[in-house]
Design a protein around this ligand. Structure first.
Ligand code: SAM
Length: 252
């Protein structure tokens, strides 16, 4: 997967050099580039923001540097593609914003098979709204929020999204089985997990997990999954498909 991020702080993305995503980059599974938005300005101060029309606090990111940066990414992608790729879909342009669709595991799964993702990291009061409109014929534009709170910039949100999406690309996580039994994969939170020693500071691992009885262990895990989800995230229970829950529970 090719991933480009446009930002005024490219160094924030240095963390993508380490751990599983670092290895995925080394092996070529993920081709990531951070672009400095200031490289697409034309004044001596490399200005990317100006005051908002209509007044109000803060500054707004100007449209032109964004158009130049995104055009440059778009044309480099077109140069890379072969004739066979002529019908290839436009890259997905993800614009992190607290007013976007909330990012979740389902969206991460939907984006993982894409060939090219572009992230536009806003700062200040955000990006001139006309950039969304300008980008629409050139990209598949997706405004995405990490959650119902406000960050200083889009970079941390983009790092979280790259990690969630990147680990779903085949080969990035060594054992694909570990991706299946995770929180949010089947609409529920994960069951509690334990490792050695079985007694630690007078706290015991639930006995059933030491029993070797796979049926009982599966039932225990399912029950704790349902209990934990009902307690911590009751709204998730209402969202799960009753047919799938019944089928799964009948099999135990
Ligand atoms: N004035 C904007 C508003 O109220 O919607 C908030 C701007 S915020 C200070 C600056 C930038 O941080 C945004 O343009 C966006 O890129 C990023 N950001 C802040 N909160 C975010 C969130 N919850 N999800 C994704 N990106 C966020």
């Amino acid at each position: 997967m090719r991933i480009d991020a446009v930002t005024i702080f490219p160094e924030i993305f240095n963390v993508l050099d380490v751990s599983l995503l670092g290895k995925a980059r080394e092996s070529g599974l993920i081709d990531f580039t951070a672009h400095n938005l200031r490289d697409f300005t034309s004044d001596a101060h490399r200005t990317v923001d100006d005051s908002p029309y209509g007044g109000g606090a803060g500054m707004v990111m100007m449209a032109e540097p964004w158009a130049l940066a995104l055009e440059s990414i778009r044309s480099s992608a077109a140069t890379e593609s072969t004739e066979d790729d002529d019908a290839a879909p436009a890259p997905v342009l993800i614009i992190p914003t607290p007013s976007g669709h909330v990012f979740n595991q389902k969206l991460a799964r939907a984006l993982a098979p894409e060939e090219h993702l572009v992230f536009a990291c806003g700062r200040y009061e955000g990006i001139d709204e006309r950039v969304y409109e300008w980008a629409a014929p050139r990209f598949r534009v997706l405004p995405v929020s990490l959650g119902d709170y406000v960050l200083n910039g889009g970079e941390v949100a983009v790092l979280a999204m790259i990690e969630a999406i990147g680990r779903l690309i085949p080969g990035v996580v060594g054992n694909p089985e570990s991706l299946v039994e995770e929180s949010h994969e089947d609409g529920l939170l994960e069951y509690p997990v334990y490792t050695k020693p079985s007694t630690w500071r007078e706290l015991e691992v639930p006995e059933v997990l030491l029993s070797g009885n796979h049926g009982k262990i599966a039932r225990f895990r399912r029950e704790t999954q349902l209990h934990r989800t009902a307690k911590r995230r009751p709204e998730l229970i209402l969202d799960i498909d009753p047919a799938s829950t019944n089928r799964k529970d009948r099999d135990l």
